[in-house]
Design a protein around this ligand. Structure first.
Ligand SMILES: C[S@@+](CC[C@H](N)C(=O)[O-])C[C@H]1O[C@@H](n2cnc3c(N)ncnc32)[C@H](O)[C@@H]1O
Length: 604
């Protein structure tokens, strides 16, 4: 049965009808509900009470659900909520006196807390969606009807925006153990802005990213992350615990930021749940758990929620390095440093149907299956993430039009020099103009990004940002032109094949694989990023590599791909990749040695 657009069981309707049948004043009704269920302020006004009684007498059956995307609405099912509170009680020995559910939805966590924790004195729930506040209250009553002898702590469910709720007012009440429990919304600020939703905290750039990073997505954050940090702000000096269901990527961000935020939290743990089974979504999620009011800690132990005693691994900070597997990291931490070359991301155009072409006979065909004829000069072979499977790649599957040599370059030259290409681009200009990202605003027509001198270097070493296989490919020119990568890939560019081949060999070594394994997160949208790649210290890696292993790797590449790369340039390569500081130190050292020697000679 439904009332106020929410589910209500017949037994709750029946009981409330009987109890409230003769009561006309909402305040009297509230007193009775405090006496019976200890739920405070059940009705907020006379008008609300009158509406409620009217609705009860003609309890509706089916009302269509509104679109709740902007509220990141993924209600925790009763079984999972119950397993979480049971786990907190039995495994974590938690016995809270105050339970706070900051976005309580239909109240499944509140009911689960009532059933697991027997010494709760007070429960506070906050929820923005009015029907859910009703449903929470009805569910609590339903629970009491089925369990008539249980203790009934004080309960208050606030219909309020969590960002406006003053949690600090609860701090004094929570001298005894507090449990902050729940499952905050699963939605990002950028999704909210695309929905033009105002369901955002006021400080929407709370991570303080600069304008460009904010545009390109670095400033993107989950509302659940913000709410977790709000709870830390309010309760980090209060004895107790926090247990939230969160996307695993949010947990990673919280531990990452802990280096700077230094919240007084410890015993940080994450218990991965089967989010497909529990929420029918395919994003990795976990129960995040930590103790409040302690010395700050900076690592998080990982477990499977369904086998919580088997620790899998630990991620977090090792000194000033953030790593995904602390134990594995110890085995390769010596090559975690700074790459001597700058990793670059491939071409970004956000218009694959027009800009990506296939070569059919001597023609090109675009993503709209249109056959097009254009000059060859601006057409380059293109490799995408899924193409980067082999160690050496010399032919592309697709092609692309490179309209600029560097970002924001004027594109008016195309009209005169390449009339066919211009005609093609111009006839699809509306598609270019419709590109959503702000980066294209006020830029020349047909602009692309991720382009510079480095894009035109003949030899490249590339990796996909999307896979956890960690295969680096040596990319050779095709038809005397450099091959381009798309923006899902990262690459280094080289003038000569030797340097590119040595780099490929070093990067495909076991040592590099171990480092990448221990510093990348599989829940991340981009497993490999520029930041991750910039951490591979090629020089350290090279010093661990013997010339004979280099030779045997070169032999195998030469044989398998019909190449003829020699080890002759290895010493020159080492000089180039040696950190400049180290070179300077060595020079000072040699000068000092020479100085000493000179002094020694003079003394003699
Ligand atoms: C992921 S659901 C979880 C609900 C509940 N905690 C549970 O575990 O079933 C998130 C809830 O947050 C609520 N919510 C979203 N934005 C909110 C806001 N600004 N203030 C309070 N509640 C909000 C949604 O309506 C939804 O009920």
């Amino acid at each position: 049965m439904k009332i106020f657009e929410v589910n209500i069981s017949y037994k709750v309707v029946d009981l409330l009808s009987k109890k409230l049948s003769r009561i006309t004043c909402f305040e009297t009704a509230n007193e009775l509900l405090v006496d019976t269920f200890n739920i405070n302020n059940f009705f907020n006004s006379q008008e609300e009470y009158d509406l409620f009684k009217e609705a009860m007498s003609s309890a509706q059956n089916i009302v269509s659900e509104p679109d709740r995307t902007e509220y990141g609405d993924f209600q925790t099912n009763q079984n999972l909520a119950k397993s979480v509170t049971k786990f907190l009680k039995t495994q974590k020995k938690i016995n809270p006196k105050l339970v706070i559910e900051p976005t309580c939805g239909k109240g499944n966590f509140i009911v689960a807390a009532l059933s697991s924790f027997k010494e709760i004195k007070k429960i506070i729930g906050v929820e923005i969606y009015k029907p859910y506040t009703w449903e929470t209250k009805f569910n609590i009553i339903d629970y009491y009807i089925s369990n008539p002898s249980v203790r009934k702590p004080k309960i208050e469910i606030f219909h309020c925006n969590v960002f406006d709720f003053d949690f600090s007012s609860l701090v004094n009440e929570s001298i005894e153990e507090v449990l902050i429990l729940g499952n905050p919304p699963w939605i990002t600020n950028s999704k909210l802005s695309s929905l033009q939703s105002g369901n955002l905290p006021q400080k929407s750039n709370f991570k303080k990213y600069n304008g460009f990073d904010a545009i390109t997505g670095k400033g993107n954050f989950d509302i659940g992350e913000y709410i977790t940090l709000m709870m830390f702000e309010a309760f980090q000096n209060t004895k107790g615990y926090l247990a939230f269901l969160l996307k695993s990527s949010v947990i990673k961000n919280i531990v990452f930021d802990q280096y700077n935020t230094k919240y007084k939290i410890s015993k940080i743990e994450k218990f991965t749940i089967d989010s497909k089974k529990e929420f029918n979504v395919s994003v990795e999620a976990s129960l995040f758990f930590c103790k409040l009011n302690t010395q700050p800690e900076y690592t998080c132990a990982e477990f499977d929620f369904y086998k919580p005693t088997q620790n899998t691994k630990k991620f977090g900070w090792v000194m000033d390095k953030f790593v995904s597997d602390i134990e594995l990291y110890q085995k390769s931490s010596n090559i975690d440093g700074v790459c001597p070359f700058e990793w670059r991301q491939g071409i970004k155009h956000d218009l694959s149907s027009i800009m990506e072409l296939e070569r059919v006979n001597r023609h090109y065909v675009n993503g709209k299956k249109e056959e097009i004829e254009i000059e060859e000069d601006l057409v380059f072979g293109l490799l995408k993430s899924s193409d980067l499977k082999q160690t050496v790649i010399s032919t592309p599957r697709k092609f692309t039009i490179i309209t600029q040599k560097k970002v924001a370059q004027d594109t008016s030259y195309i009209k005169e020099k390449y009339p066919k290409t211009y005609r093609y681009l111009q006839s699809h200009k509306t598609f270019f103009d419709k590109r959503k990202s702000n980066i294209y605003k006020n830029k020349p027509n047909f602009s692309i990004f991720g382009i510079g001198d480095y894009s035109f270097l003949p030899y490249k070493v590339a990796i996909s940002g999307l896979y956890k296989t960690f295969t680096f490919s040596l990319i050779l020119p095709f038809e005397n032109k450099p091959l381009m990568l798309d923006d899902t890939c990262y690459f280094l560019g080289f003038e000569n094949i030797e340097f590119a081949a040595y780099t490929t060999i070093l990067l495909n070594s076991d040592k590099t694989k171990k480092l990448l394994e221990s510093i990348t997160f599989s829940a991340a949208k981009r497993i490999i990023t520029k930041e991750i790649l910039m951490r591979i210290d090629l020089y350290k890696l090279a010093t661990l590599f013997s010339i004979s292993s280099l030779q045997s790797e070169l032999d195998s590449i030469n044989e398998n791909y019909n190449l003829n790369v020699s080890a002759e340039k290895w010493d020159e390569f080492l000089k180039v990749i040696k950190p400049k500081q180290l070179v300077k130190q060595m020079e000072i050292f040699t000068h000092q040695e020479e100085g000493l020697r000179t002094t020694a000679i003079i003394r003699h």
